[in-house]
Write a new protein. Structure first.
Length: 137
C-alpha cells in the first residue's frame, strides 16, 4: 500500500516526486494501530502496521522504513527481544517504544536493546511527533 505524492503542477512531466517517510507501527492492539496510523498519516507519514513480533520482524527484514514504533509486549513475544532481533540486521533505522511497560527498568531495557526513545502509554502525541521529526527529517 505504497503512496507517492507528486508536486502540484498541471503537467507531471519534469515534476519532482516527494517520498513520504515510512513508519512501521507494531502494536498488539488493533485500536492502537488504527489510531496511530490515522494520526501519523495526517502528519504526512506513510504508515504500515503489524500486530505481532513475527509480522513486525518479517516487515523489518524487507527494509524500507524510516522509523519503527514498537510496543512492549505482544502475544508472541516481548518488544525488547524484537528490538534486539532487528538490531542484529539493522543498526540504522531509529526505533521508538510506545509501551504500557512504564517502570524505569523498562525504559532502560528498551534503550539498552537499541531504541532511541521510549514513550510510556499514555503519551503526548505532539511530543512524539516532534521527536519523530528529529529522527526522520
Amino acid at each position: 500500500m505504497s503512496k507517492t505524492v507528486f508536486a502540484s503542477k498541471d503537467n507531471a512531466k519534469g515534476s519532482s516526486v516527494e517520498r513520504r517517510k515510512h513508519i512501521l507501527c507494531a502494536d498488539d492492539h488493533e485500536d492502537t494501530r488504527y489510531m496511530m496510523a490515522r494520526l501519523l498519516d495526517q502528519c504526512g507519514y506513510e504508515v504500515t502496521t503489524a500486530g505481532s513480533v513475527a509480522e513486525a520482524l518479517l516487515l523489518t527484514e524487507r527494509g524500507g522504513f524510516d522509523l519503527l514504533l514498537l510496543d512492549g509486549w505482544y502475544s508472541d513475544g516481548l518488544g525488547v527481544e524484537l528490538c534486539k532481533q532487528i538490531r542484529a540486521f539493522d543498526g540504522r533505522t531509529p526505533i521508538f517504544f510506545l509501551s504500557g511497560l512504564a517502570y524505569h527498568a523498562d525504559f532502560e531495557k528498551g534503550l539498552a536493546a537499541g531504541a532511541q526513545a521510549y514513550f510510556a502509554k499514555l503519551f503526548d502525541f505532539d511530543v512524539l511527533q516532534q521527536t519523530i521529526e528529529q529522527f526522520v527529517l
